[in-house]
Design a protein around this ligand. Structure first.
Ligand code: CMC
Length: 426
């Protein structure tokens, strides 16, 4: 094992270098403060590894993404969302019998307790569904108090299945409540994505048939979102879990972290941006001029990534799926055309080239969601359904491998000690 030397005030110290299976290297500074009194300061954790993990590998320079060693392109072409969920959480691809068993146990947990439905009545119809999903996911712990016992291994296993099974139901109910339609019970013989589509769009009054091409496209999107190592929401799930908070509470925190427009909320922001450009009747180039003007505070949503300094491989797959879905539905491609125009101009523009900004997973996904009738404020909810197995896999890995409570340090920059002044004298 090699070491890194740090010289502080003339004193030399050595810290071990840790190397991952793909050759990534990090300096283990675990003893830094104890031996020097110093801490590292790294805003946004740009250079900080918070853990070692065997779940997902990203090479941002080359645009590579692999779950448990399998290329995302291959999983997208050959796998299904539940198989990928199994892979992420359990570490290996399932046999047919294992997959059948996994799928069956998930499908028997899809229903929500009847009393649970009453929560929805308490939310205004205009509530953002991410708020509803975060709140109701956390509320699952009230119905399953056994889940609070993290030492019962079987309980964590059951919670995992409950979450995977119930999140689509929770999400679809949030939508149904917002439009005042009756909730549709899940149908357990249907596939994961198809069941969700039915709960979203069917009503008790008429037959509803799920288009298998659309269900497949949705399943694909769920696969592409299933994990992305230590992103903001996954780090949040780990951080909350590190206090030994239960799985429902940790996942609910992940949903909240995902909501922001710099993270999962970008898929909603992209469609809103495209619609704005369209309604203003400006060209892609004119919009990019606004983006490049730093005073405007506008970003090209769906572009740029902390890790990818090359094409996000998920964006390539989604772009192709987008074309297929629009063709299948015989829908206009104006937003897709506009997105492609923006991409083309941006990829030639020195501002984006120099900063190595490329389309990310959110750039084209919203166009597919919109084409299949998903309302804009549900986009990030679909992202959370996709990301769920990744969150669970990280939470489980952390608990299995051992952890300390996440507790960063700070450099204090506030007032030094001063005396309290009584209010009358201030
Ligand atoms: N449009 C315009 N300029 C950008 C963009 C963008 N989308 N992204 C980064 N930049 C500029 C930024 O202004 C900065 O310029 P300068 O060096 O002149 O100050 C430079 O590029 C580096 O940006 P940064 O904000 O320091 O990069 P970051 O790694 O902290 O942020 C990001 C990454 C994804 C938050 C950012 O690229 C962004 O805001 N993108 C738009 C929002 C988005 O699409 N988010 C989805 C991310 S992928 C899926 C997910 O995580 O959910």
């Amino acid at each position: 094992m090699s070491n890194a030397n740090l010289n502080v005030d003339g004193e030399n110290m050595e810290f071990p270098i840790v190397t991952g299976t793909e050759g990534e290297r990090g300096i283990d500074l675990g003893k830094l403060r104890a031996s020097t009194g110093l801490i590292t300061l790294d805003q946004g954790f740009v250079n900080t590894g918070s853990c070692q993990s065997a779940i997902t590998f990203i090479d941002g320079e080359k645009g590579i993404l692999r779950y448990r060693g399998y290329r995302i392109e291959e999983l997208a072409a050959k796998s299904s969302f539940l198989e990928v969920a199994y892979l992420l959480i359990r570490g290996e691809l399932p046999t047919q019998a294992e997959l059948d068993d996994f799928r069956n146990t998930i499908t028997i947990h899809t229903m929500l307790h009847e009393d649970f439905r009453k929560f929805y009545g308490g939310f205004p119809k205009s509530a953002h569904p991410m708020a509803v999903v975060a709140a109701t996911t956390s509320a699952l712990a009230t119905f399953y108090p056994d889940s609070l016992n993290l030492d019962a291994k079987n309980e964590v296993e059951i919670c995992t299945k409950r979450l995977l099974a119930k999140l689509p139901t929770i999400a679809a109910y949030a939508y149904k409540h917002s439009i005042g339609q009756p909730f549709m019970y899940p149908v357990n013989e249907m596939g994961y994505a198809a069941n969700f589509l039915r709960m979203m769009f069917a009503t008790p009054c008429e037959e509803y048939e799920v288009d298998p091409v659309i269900a497949k496209a949705l399943d694909l999107l769920l696969i592409l979102h299933a994990d992305h190592e230590q992103n903001c929401s996954t780090s949040t799930v780990r951080m909350v879990g590190s206090s030994r908070a239960n799985l429902f509470a940790s996942i609910s925190a992940g949903v909240s972290a995902l909501w922001g427009p710099l993270h999962g909320g970008a898929n909603q922001a992209v469609i809103e941006m495209l619609q704005r450009i369209e309604s203003e009747g400006i060209t892609g180039k004119q919009y990019l001029d606004r983006v490049k003007d730093k005073q405007s505070g506008i970003r090209l949503m769906g572009f740029g990534h902390r890790v990818y300094k090359n094409f996000d491989p998920r964006a390539r797959i989604i772009k192709q799926t987008c074309r297929d879905v629009l063709a299948r539905l015989n829908q206009q491609t104006r937003l897709l055309d506009l997105a492609m125009e923006l991409e083309e101009v941006a990829l030639e523009d020195p501002y984006f080239v120099e900063r190595r900004l490329y389309p990310n997973v959110d750039f084209y996904s919203g166009i597919i969601y919109q084409a299949i009738g998903i309302p804009v404020d549900m986009f990030t909810v679909l992202f959370s359904m996709g990301r769920l197995p990744g969150w669970i896999a990280h939470w489980t890995e952390m608990h299995r491998d051992g952890f300390r409570i996440s507790r960063p340090r700070q450099i204090y920059t506030g007032a030094t000690e001063r005396s309290f002044v009584p209010i009358a004298e201030r």
